[in-house]
Design a protein around this ligand. Structure first.
Ligand SMILES: Nc1nc2c(ncn2[C@@H]2O[C@H](COP(=O)(O)OP(=O)(O)OP(=O)(O)O)[C@@H](O)[C@H]2O)c(=O)[nH]1
Length: 376
């Protein structure tokens, strides 16, 4: 406790802009938590960077408080394009605030994709010269789904890394999980990351309030399992190798190879995403029947489904969200987006799957829902 208070006061004296990294696996509840967070007075003036996996971003449409301070990182997963997208976005925000185009930056929140490895993001915040001079990593907040997390910790390397690197572990969907499941997940997480505070989240609201999420102190790999320092070390090697590869030929002699031995493959190669589009407004019951059957039959292989549906007779876009076998209650956006691509009012549904051919999904939509999905 004393150490935490000391770390928080060192951070308070630091004039750099605090950055919170919100991570967690696909569908764990990051955007839901972000929406709650942005409505809190403590988050006033925060800029938000949202990154998504999949061909069409939906998350930024679901963030309720969208303004000039929300930036979509849309050229791939942030952990793969960190040097491009993330650095560019943070530099851009800083310069816009400096020129007075946006209010002074009080805080930045980064929502990573569900498949992101947080290591390159943290490494960039700690070591990229321009960024590290102006921003400080104020906390890695990892959402872990209390209904699916235990199984995902065993099957997805990303989930393990996201949990091990966390400063705070947010056990989401505790309102849906049974007591036994919550306790088993909490136990597994405390083995993986004994130093991180665990906070239960129900309906997107953390039991701790905002206080426990901000001002976590300067990021300290030393307080975590040894793997974390090793992963950050691998990022350093990777960045050096990339810099060497980008340098003129004469400087490259003796440089490290592009992908240093022992550095991990970023994403599980079995995972892919595809986008289904429906041109005409869909009949909700046929659509819901078909989607229900797809989840029932293929739920194990479906990591995430989300999208906006143009339902016949409904003027508002309906938001569909699923994780494995579970379809969450649909909601509606207050209006159709004004910007492309979703302003054309076609229904768009993103599937993120493991080894599930698109043709299987198409067949069920066609036979049960009378719908012929088009590739985008
Ligand atoms: N009951 C309940 N539902 C939740 C909770 N948190 C999130 N959900 C639901 O879970 C679904 C996925 O939540 P999101 O917040 O979109 O998850 P995400 O982590 O942002 O998803 P990706 O960005 O696709 O990885 C949505 O339908 C949410 O309403 C929670 O604490 N309780």
């Amino acid at each position: 406790m004393a150490a935490e208070m000391a770390a928080a006061s060192v951070a308070a004296a630091d004039r750099r802009v605090p950055v919170s990294v919100l991570t967690g696996f696909l569908g764990a509840g990051k955007t839901t938590l972000l929406n709650w967070l942005l409505a809190q007075p403590e988050a006033a003036g925060a800029a938000v960077l949202i990154n998504e996996f999949g061909e069409v971003g939906v998350d930024h449409l679901l963030v309720e408080k969208v303004d000039d301070n929300v930036v979509l990182l849309d050229s791939g997963c942030v952990c793969c394009s960190v040097q491009g997208d993330l650095v560019k976005a943070l530099k851009g925000l800083f310069m816009r605030a400096l020129r007075g185009e946006i209010p002074p930056l009080r805080r930045v929140l980064i929502e990573t994709t569900g498949l992101a490895d947080p290591a390159p993001v943290i490494h960039t915040l700690l070591e990229e010269p321009f960024i590290a001079e102006r921003y400080r990593c104020d906390g890695v907040l990892t959402a872990v789904d209390a209904t699916h997390g235990l199984e995902q910790l065993g099957s997805q390397r990303e989930v393990l890394r996201q949990a091990a690197m966390a400063d705070r572990l947010l056990l989401t969907k505790c309102d849906l999980a049974d007591e036994h499941g919550r306790a088993a997940l909490a136990q597994r997480l405390s083995e993986l990351n004994p130093g991180a505070g665990q906070i239960e989240v129900r309906g997107g609201v953390p039991a701790s309030g905002v206080a426990a999420l901000f001002d976590c102190g300067l990021y300290d790999p030393g307080g975590k399992v040894a793997d974390v320092a090793q992963w950050l070390g691998e990022e350093r090697l990777r960045t050096q190798a990339q810099a060497a590869a980008a340098a003129p030929m004469a400087w490259r002699r003796g440089a490290a190879p592009r992908r240093p031995a022992g550095t991990p493959q970023r994403h599980d190669e079995g995972i892919e995403s595809y986008l289904l589009c429906f041109d005409e407004p869909v009949q909700w019951f046929g659509f819901a029947d078909a989607l229900g059957l797809i989840l029932q039959v293929y739920g194990e292989r479906i990591l995430r489904v989300k999208g906006l549906i143009n339902v016949a007779g409904d003027p508002l876009p309906r938001v569909v969200q699923c994780v494995h076998h579970v379809a969450y209650p649909p909601s509606s956006l207050p209006a159709w987006p004004q910007r492309p691509p979703c302003n054309d009012r076609r229904s768009r549904l993103v599937f993120i799957v493991r080894e599930l051919p698109r043709s299987e999904v198409d067949t069920i939509f066609a036979s049960l829902g009378g719908l012929t999905p088009l590739a985008a």
